[in-house]
Design a binder for this molecule. Structure first.
Ligand SMILES: C[S@@+](CC[C@H](N)C(=O)[O-])C[C@H]1O[C@@H](n2cnc3c(N)ncnc32)[C@H](O)[C@@H]1O
Length: 214
């Protein structure tokens, strides 16, 4: 039998736990003021730039897509997991959710004004991340913004850990910022917040921008 590899491993794993995941995380933002603050800054910047819609890549059950919508953004979600997409569509019938890979959206260059990747690049093997960030950069319009949410680590190399759903990696914010720079992004802000509640690790957020045309 052929062994599954990313992204199929991730898809299969999230299909299996989608209902439970939705139950656990649908209200997660309510108790996370720093996360809401980062999302609010992202939304304000995207609204001001006004260069296109926002894609919530790896949207899971869609609660963060819905939050972006509540902040006045035209937002849609994409996820590998058909179970996640079914839950998202059921919970937020007025919003658009597409099943698919965030690196194969079939979008033209510069089609997006914003990309949110909230804990969705955490499963990507390190060697595939530069190509993923290059694709994010291609899809964003000049002046568009990217917000990443991830588990923070303090080592130079990504650290694999036993994430409850499937293998994931912690990243040093500086190292991820370097990869974003290499893909053509300007990193405008980085936040590391301490673990809250049952969280095991510090949580990282990077806010980046595709420079506008001069
Ligand atoms: C930890 S969950 C995060 C879900 C949601 N963003 C949240 O914050 O609750 C990671 C999600 O990313 C999705 N994902 C991972 N890699 C992906 C890819 N290459 N394309 C699309 N979705 C992906 C998974 O299917 C999963 O639903």
């Amino acid at each position: 039998m052929t062994e599954l590899t990313y992204p199929r491993t991730t898809q299969v794993a999230y299909d299996a736990v989608a209902g439970l995941y939705a139950e656990l995380f649908r209200t997660a933002l309510e108790g996370a003021p720093l996360d809401r603050a980062m999302l609010a800054v992202f939304a304000e910047l995207v609204r001001a730039a006004d260069v296109g819609p926002v894609a919530d890549l790896g949207c899971g059950p869609g609660h963060v897509t819905a939050h972006l919508h509540s902040l006045g953004l035209t937002a849609f979600g994409v996820d590998l997991s058909s179970e996640m997409i079914a839950l998202a569509r059921g919970a937020y019938p007025d919003l658009r959710f597409d099943e698919g890979s965030m690196t194969a959206l079939g979008l033209t260059d510069g089609a997006l004004g914003g990309i949110l990747a909230w804990y969705s690049v955490i499963h990507t093997p390190a060697e595939q991340l530069p190509a993923m960030f290059a694709e994010f950069h291609r899809m964003l319009a000049p002046g568009g913004h990217l917000l990443l949410g991830f588990f923070a680590g303090d080592e130079l190399l990504p650290q694999a850990f036993d994430h409850k759903v499937t293998l994931a990696y912690r990243w040093s914010p500086d190292r991820l910022a370097e990869l974003l720079n290499q893909a053509g992004f300007v990193v405008d802000a980085r936040l590391v917040r301490e673990p809250a509640g049952t969280e095991r690790f510090q949580q990282g957020r990077l806010l980046a921008r595709k420079p506008g045309e001069s």
